[in-house]
Design a protein around this ligand. Structure first.
Ligand code: SF4
Length: 464
């Protein structure tokens, strides 16, 4: 889950890229980077939020040129601490410099890296994205686009990429289209990015989604589209609609906010509760809670307030201070919940630790009952496509049945949206109605749409 943005031929390319990745900050807070090109490549990468460095005039001034790409990083592969893993990644290929930003995760990167290292490749980072650079460098094809196609033909998993060479900007989505990628336009300057909210911030217009398996090549001659990979049924990540994408984005032609409200309505129908008030866990539970409250004809209240200033760099207080009840991120709005039967709505349960804390806070604030409603099906499998879920052993839903989860979290009732309810909310017929699967829903079903090569090698030695 990262955010990517690229813009071609605009006098304020770096400043606009900074705004674009700022709009995508929800997709990654660990690091941010921008590369630009005039007659040379310029690269700035920082382990911080976009606003910490990329609002500084001297930083933007160093990123000269009319072409730029940017990235916000949420590490799913490669050490979070390693500065060299911060994207954009740059390589000097035969034929010129080449920059890549990647949203997604490759599922055979360890195998490929091992093979490349044995053949003499020297890696600079432990990011899976670097494998794409090496494979491109080693390709025997002549043209850059063909070399990249050659490289991507060897990788498995999920990727949405924006690349910048001395003569081209290239956007590419894996054949399954797991992660979003779209084409925009700002007064004739093409933009390639992950979500429409990144177009809105710079006043660009949406042109179209980049299709699964499509490669869009932007040059001085214009925008060209090619489909270099065999066509397969697409499997867009359904969890983008539940959690990752910003609610004001339109993703794959669907408004995220409306979908989340429809999920809330599905929840209200399937898991009604006799209650006094519907309270979201902010921010991601808000639209589903609104949908639930509307359908259940219950009042909607902000019973939990989120502190938006808990940055990545905030130092967690010591255990002794935490034990005093210090609440960094959420606090209960006591007057809303005291003495009330509360329907609490959140987007998902992963480890269950946050849910447990929030329910405890509600109880301490005097809620008489807590009915927990979850806007996704139970997550019982890890994601290998760019989302930082823990190993399966740490997923609460993989460890115990629903009634035990309710007991552990300390709620009076617990209800998840069903998989068919989620598909209905997204506006697609459910997979169970005789149709082929249209989305990746592997974290709920365990049905992964690609081989998990690296995982199957985990217990074995990599080939000598
Ligand atoms: Fe999305 Fe879940 Fe598939 Fe990962 S496993 S891509 S989070 S649906």
């Amino acid at each position: 889950m990262c955010g990517i943005f690229g813009i071609w031929e605009h006098p304020d390319a770096a400043a606009l890229t900074s705004l674009g990745i700022h709009a995508l900050q929800h997709r990654g807070q660990a690091a941010a980077g921008i590369a630009s090109f005039d007659d040379a490549f310029h690269l700035e990468r920082h382990a911080s939020l976009v606003g910490d460095n990329f609002t500084k005039p001297e930083v933007i001034a160093r990123l000269s040129g009319r072409r730029a790409v940017g990235h916000v990083r949420y590490p799913t592969h490669g050490s979070a601490a390693l500065e060299r893993n911060i994207q954009p990644l740059f390589a000097e290929l035969s034929g010129g410099g080449f920059v890549v930003v990647h949203n997604g995760n490759l599922t055979n990167a360890a195998l490929l890296r091992n093979k490349l290292q044995k053949e003499g490749s020297i890696f600079q980072s432990d990011s899976d994205t670097e494998v794409i650079l090496h494979l491109t460098a080693l390709s025997q094809q002549e043209k850059l686009v063909d070399r990249l196609v050659d490289a991507l033909g060897q990788v498995e998993g999920a990727y949405a990429l924006v690349c910048l060479s001395t003569k081209k900007m290239i956007g590419c989505r894996d054949p399954l289209g797991v992660r979003p990628l779209l084409l925009g336009d700002l007064d004739g300057s093409p933009i390639i990015t992950a979500e429409t909210c990144a177009l809105d911030i710079v006043g660009a217009k949406f042109v179209r989604d980049i299709a699964p398996g499509e490669m869009v090549v932007v040059t001085e001659a214009g925008v060209e589209s090619i489909f270099p990979f065999p066509k397969v049924r697409s499997r867009f990540c359904i969890f983008e609609y539940v959690y990752f994408a910003r609610p004001d984005s339109v993703v794959e032609g669907r408004g995220v906010y409306e979908i989340r409200k429809r999920i809330g309505r599905e929840l209200a129908m399937r898991h009604p509760a006799i209650a006094d008030v519907v309270v979201p866990v902010p921010d991601s539970g808000v639209p589903a809670a609104i949908g639930y409250a509307e359908a259940a004809k219950l009042p909607y209240e902000l019973g939990i307030i989120r502190n938006h200033y808990v940055g990545r760099t905030f130092i967690e207080p010591e255990q002794s201070i935490r034990d005093m009840g210090v609440k960094l991120k959420h606090n209960v709005n006591r007057s809303v919940v005291a003495g009330k039967r509360v329907v609490l709505v959140d987007d998902s349960i992963v480890r269950g630790t946050t849910s447990l804390k929030i329910v405890k806070m509600l109880r301490e604030a005097g809620a008489s009952e807590v009915h927990f409603r979850v806007a996704s099906p139970a997550i019982s499998n890890s994601c290998f496509y760019g989302v930082d879920t823990p190993e399966q052993e740490k997923l609460m839903a993989a460890q115990m049945p629903e009634h035990k989860m309710a007991e552990r979290i300390g709620v009076d009732s617990l209800g998840f949206v069903s998989l068919d309810g989620l598909y209905r909310a997204v506006g697609e017929p459910w997979r169970g109605s005789g149709r082929k699967v249209q989305f990746c829903d592997a974290c709920f079903t365990g049905e992964y749409p690609t081989p998990l090569t690296d995982r199957s090698l985990l217990s074995k030695e990599l080939p000598a």
